[in-house]
Ligand binder design. Structure first.
Ligand code: ADP
Ligand code: GLC
Length: 488
């Protein structure tokens, strides 16, 4: 069978630009899929960080130009940067600005976001139609609302189009804009309707992708089920339930080269599943780094997270006394909502030596928390997949998680039967309430106190296959089935 060509359209990609797990996934997929005979190339916006990486590429080609892309000229560049085969949308009027891909330094969304991401989608569609010589994709795979208009531009154009796949990484962000933008977004009048872009009387970027793509995937089977139910669907459950036949969940993996405790250059001491006691060096380095008491026996609970309602970290604030009552310590690395930032800063000040907090985004510190914590807290209210619990498994930090979305699909609760069968990898609780969180902490502390049981959990965790292997094969099959279906 011939190589399947796939264009991935996405608004962030690791290691060039990242605000969350979406970037990790976009960065890892092409490499994982290469082993499945899928040639994936990725279209990303030319933010300053992306342009800087491209400037270091060996060879950069201008592949096509657009005289006017929503208010200015644009050039599509092709090049290989940091191991990624990229198409970069160089449109300075849209992307050459400081700060975050989505908002300015004060956290305000860029007011022209609908046009910035419509531009990404339009160019994605052009590449889909074959604008680039030598790379006519069989499938265009879009991610989240930012790439959401791509299938609409492909559909309404009228030319023969490739297959389309839309992946939902987080249904909480939907990209909704006023209906009077329809013409300015270069969408035809008949795009306005339930089968098109109309969504509760607005233009819905994500909605239209979910309505119009040939296949819809999300990043875990449980989340795929949750979003077809009322509450989890966040306004889209009806649409998704109606398309159940084309909706599926494919778990994320992590890049096991970037996350490898046996050779990670960012951590203090190397170890693997057969030498878990060598984690000690990392634990004491972490305690030092966070300014808490260096104590080998204290159970260290770690957090690496965006600080937002989704992540349920208010439960951690409410459970701090419980963590301390079992002789535990807390280290938190995160950034986000003001209220949670203040709450954790306050907790650190109130419990010096036992609670350490670093506010900010720090890649190497994230690795150190994973390598040095005994347990990683992920008490999310909803979690499409979650990557930090996968990193935690690999690094032997036992995940304490809610039974939702991808957390439910990747962690095996160490209940009595699982312990008996020797298969537990973490501690799971439900519903996401502070009382249940506290109970989970107490249960984890009991397991920790029984050294042999805890070592068993660590081994099980570290031996779990968190790579992209299985899921890459699933995506490859999805693409191939779609191509076959469209050729028939
Ligand atoms: P989400 O995408 O919802 O934020 P994920 O668990 O899928 O959640 O992905 C989060 C990614 O961002 C992981 O790679 C994690 O290590 C990283 N991360 C989150 N917060 C921080 C932080 N403060 N510093 C460094 N890395 C972080
Ligand atoms: C989103 C989700 C997270 C998921 C990530 C990558 O940010 O919140 O659960 O792991 O996307 O798919």
């Amino acid at each position: 069978m011939a190589t399947t060509k796939v264009l991935s359209v996405v608004s962030e990609i690791y290691p060039l630009i990242k605000t969350g797990g979406l970037a990790d996934v976009a960065g890892a997929l092409p490499g994982a899929l290469a082993a499945e005979d899928v040639e994936m190339r990725t279209l990303v916006p030319g933010y300053p960080a992306v342009m800087a990486a491209l400037a270091e590429a060996e060879k950069v080609e201008k592949v096509f130009r657009l005289k006017d892309l929503f208010g200015g000229p644009a050039v599509v560049l092709a090049g290989r940067a940091k191991g990624l085969d990229l198409f970069v949308l160089d449109a300075p009027h849209l992307f050459d600005r400081p700060g975050n891909p989505y908002h300015d330094g004060d956290g305000e969304d860029w007011p022209d976001n609908p046009f910035r991401f419509a531009a990404l989608a339009r160019v994605g569609a052009e590449i889909g139609f074959g604008a680039i010589k030598g790379f006519r994709p069989d499938v265009v795979h879009t991610h989240d609302w930012q790439a959401g208009l791509t299938p609409a531009y492909l559909e309404y154009d009228g030319r023969p189009r490739p297959g389309t796949v839309a992946t939902v990484h987080n249904l909480a962000f939907q990209g909704q804009y006023p209906k009077d933008m329809l013409a300015d977004l270069r969408l035809p009048p008949h795009a306005w309707g339930v089968d098109g872009v109309e969504y509760y009387d607005t233009i819905g970027f994500l909605k239209s992708a979910l309505r119009m793509s040939d296949r819809v995937t999300t990043v875990s089977p449980t989340y795929a089920a949750e979003i077809r139910s009322g509450e989890g669907g966040m306004g889209l459950s009806g649409l998704l339930a109606g398309r159940a036949g084309v909706v599926s969940g494919i778990l994320n993996g992590i890049d096991t080269d970037v996350w490898d405790p046996a050779k990670d250059p960012l951590i203090a001491g190397h170890y693997d599943a057969s030498t878990p006691s060598s984690r000690r060096t990392n634990k004491s380095a972490l305690q030092k780094r966070f300014g808490i008491k260096v104590d080998r026996r204290a159970m260290v609970f770690g957090v690496v997270s965006r600080l937002s309602w989704q992540k349920g970290l208010d439960m951690v604030l409410e459970g701090i006394e419980t963590i301390l009552s079992v002789g535990g310590q807390l280290v938190l690395l995160g950034s986000g909502d003001r209220e949670l930032v203040d709450g954790f800063r306050h907790a650190a000040a109130a419990h010096p030596g036992r609670v350490g907090v670093m506010i900010g985004y720090d890649e190497s510190l994230a690795h150190q928390v994973q390598a040095g914590s005994d347990a990683l807290l992920v008490p999310s209210r909803f979690e499409p997949c979650g990557l930090t619990q996968l990193c935690a498994l690999r690094y032997g930090a036992i995940p304490i998680v809610t039974r939702v979305g991808g957390l439910a699909d990747t962690i095996i609760d160490a209940n009595e039967m699982a312990l008996e069968a020797g298969v537990g990898t973490g501690v799971m609780f439900t519903p996401p309430h502070a009382d249940m969180f506290r109970a989970a902490i107490l249960r984890a502390a009991d397991l920790y106190r029984d050294g042999a049981t805890w070592r068993r959990l660590m081994k099980n965790a570290m031996r779990t296959d968190v790579s992209w292997r299985r899921s890459a094969a699933r995506y490859a099959k999805l693409y191939r089935d779609l191509v076959t279906e469209r050729n028939a």
